[in-house]
Ligand binder design. Structure first.
Ligand SMILES: CCCCCCCC/C=C\CCCCCCCC(=O)NCC(=O)O
Ligand SMILES: [Zn+2]
Ligand SMILES: [Zn+2]
Length: 533
């Protein structure tokens, strides 16, 4: 597996035969082009010209391992440099009209075209610019009779104030083996890794059997209404149906699930709904020397306190979280194994345990997050208006209308106006049974990349662009192979977002494996492993 990265590889044709070139040109191609090969060889043009093929070249370099390491280091460095360059373009999405940084979005599009020439110049690939800043790539497969699949990612990021970061958030600096910066785990890592994998495969002469699409949205962090929604419309207008779609979402969890002894890759087979609610209280304004008994600030604060101290009821067992724990049951330590294999009995106590930590609590109930509060105009003026935003993430067992009703009941104060800013029902559960080819293709690609972990279907607790693609397929999955320990979870939308160099390599390997596994008629058949290269 590591040799994929380190070797630069031998060419591999679609049929799977390894072609180690016997002519200088063929030796250069697997190394990613003449310039790269010459650089890696230390500029020894004559030496290279004198060599008749890869084997001789490697021998001349003093042994296979050293040669491979030298060449691999180069490729690795370039991929990391490309991710760092992507981070340095501040493609920040902000709420409100005209809030997109169009210069950054255009710059990012140029960066993609420059950094992935094999992708953008390939005869197999068609590039559509959608809604000015989003991208749809169609990679034409040799077998037009097979149902295509799709990989999606987004190029925008949430804002990142400098405060609290160890390095500036848009610097892409490497620090202690990690690339730091906004987007390194949400979601430029997956976008860039998908293109790295495709670039590598195309350089090796790979021709996919089935067509696949790569959709890159530019406004996922504010709902995807321009990017993903229009990418989906383009595909719908072309009559496309997908076998499955894979987007960002859940991740690898290491030490996050209490009692689970090995890391688990959770593939989101459903996604929570969302409700953004504006709470508003208006009161009479005036001189602060003669205040009324209650202020709009006090009234709204009391309402918020009631919401926070009355979490919505737990729903453990009525969503896909139950399947997750049943799948994982054999991997739990002794007491937890008994608990998770007898959820009919221990369900209530287990759900209480899950409810104690924010990460696991998010699995079992509709969560309530008060994210914004604005009030007041001047220290000596009674505030006329107080406003807050509450963001609910809705468990699949509940609906938007039920959450609204419960909110009104909990607040129980007519002076607090409620305005729905946006809402989305929870998404249906995608198939993960034995015949779910998409799910098993993803699962196999996880195992191929990470042999020592388990994968399991679960609930995606955040939202993704997948909602826009529902007309194209009912097999929507949410996963990127970011390795998270408990202390890493706050990095999402938080400070010091980062990915290790090793984990970024693995992310590329994952998509490299996936693009090949997706071609297998029977996804459980072993494909060409990267260590064979
Ligand atoms: C047994 C399983 C325990 C589950 C613990 C959940 C831990 C979740 C860890 C990471 C979640 C990462 C989410 C990344 C996707 C982010 C997508 C996003 O930001 N979308 C926008 C939005 O939701 O607002
Ligand atoms: Zn994201
Ligand atoms: Zn995000």
């Amino acid at each position: 597996r590591a040799l994929l990265w380190e070797a630069g590889g031998g060419g591999r044709a679609a049929g799977g035969d390894i072609r180690l070139g016997s002519a200088p040109r063929l030796a250069l191609e697997p190394l990613g082009g003449k310039r790269e090969a010459l650089e890696a060889l230390g500029g020894k043009r004559e030496a290279l010209e004198a060599l008749g093929g890869k084997r001789e070249a490697l021998e001349a370099l003093g042994g296979k391992r050293e040669a491979l390491e030298a060449l691999g280091g180069k490729r690795e460095a370039r991929a990391c440099a490309r991710l760092r360059a992507a981070v340095r373009v501040p493609t920040v999405s902000r709420e409100g009209p005209g809030a997109a940084d169009e210069v950054a979005l255009l710059r990012f599009g140029r960066l993609l075209r420059e950094e992935f020439p094999a992708v953008f110049e390939s005869e197999l690939v068609t590039h559509d610019l959608v809604a000015n800043f989003s991208h749809l790539l169609t990679v034409r497969g040799a077998d037009g009779g097979r149902t295509p699949y799709m990989l999606t990612a987004h190029l925008d990021v949430v804002p990142a104030p400098d405060y609290g970061w160890d390095v500036p958030p848009f610097s892409g600096e490497i620090h202690q083996g990690y690339i730091y910066g906004r987007g390194t785990i949400d979601d430029k890592h997956s976008l860039m890794a998908i293109l790295e994998a495709l670039e590598l495969l195309l350089q090796r002469g790979f021709v996919p059997q089935r067509t696949f699409y790569i959709g890159i949205g530019h406004d996922e962090e504010i709902g995807g209404d321009k990017g993903a929604r229009n990418i989906a419309k383009v595909l719908e207008s072309r009559g496309v149906k997908l076998d499955f779609l894979l987007d960002e979402g859940m991740v690898i969890l290491d030490g996050v699930v209490p009692g689970l002894q090995i890391p688990v890759a959770v593939v989101g087979v459903s996604e929570k709904g969302s409700l953004m609610l504006r709470l508003r209280v208006r009161t009479e304004t005036g001189h602060s020397s003669m205040p009324a008994k209650e202020s709009c600030i006090g009234i709204l604060s009391a309402a918020i306190t009631r919401l926070e101290s009355n979490p919505l009821p737990q729903q453990f067992g009525s969503g896909p979280e139950r399947a997750l724990f049943e799948y994982l049951s054999p991997q739990f330590n002794f007491p937890m194994r008994v608990v998770t294999s007898n959820l009919w009995l221990f369900g209530p106590i287990f759900s209480w345990v899950l409810g104690q930590k924010p990460t696991t609590n998010a699995l079992i109930r509709t969560t309530t997050a008060v994210t914004e509060f604005h009030a007041g105009v001047k220290p000596n003026v009674v505030a006329p208006l107080a406003e807050a935003t509450v963001n609910y993430r809705i468990h699949p067992a509940q609906s938007v209308s039920e959450v609204l009703r419960l909110t009104e009941e909990i607040i129980a104060d007519d002076r607090v106006e409620l305005e729905v800013l946006s809402s989305m029902e929870p998404l249906p559960i995608s198939p993960f049974d034995e015949s779910a080819t998409g799910y098993w293709t993803i699962s196999k690609s996880i195992t191929d990349t990470f042999p020592d972990i388990v994968s399991a279907p679960g609930l995606c607790i955040a939202n993704t662009d997948t909602r826009h693609y529902q007309k194209l397929t009912s097999a929507l999955y949410r996963f990127t192979p970011v390795w998270n320990k408990l202390e890493d979870i706050p990095r999402y939308h938080g400070v010091n977002e980062r990915i290790s160099l090793q984990n970024y390599k693995q992310t590329i390997h994952f998509y490299f494996n996936l693009m090949q596994n997706a071609d297998q008629e029977e996804p459980l058949i072993k494909h060409f492993h990267t260590e064979d290269l």
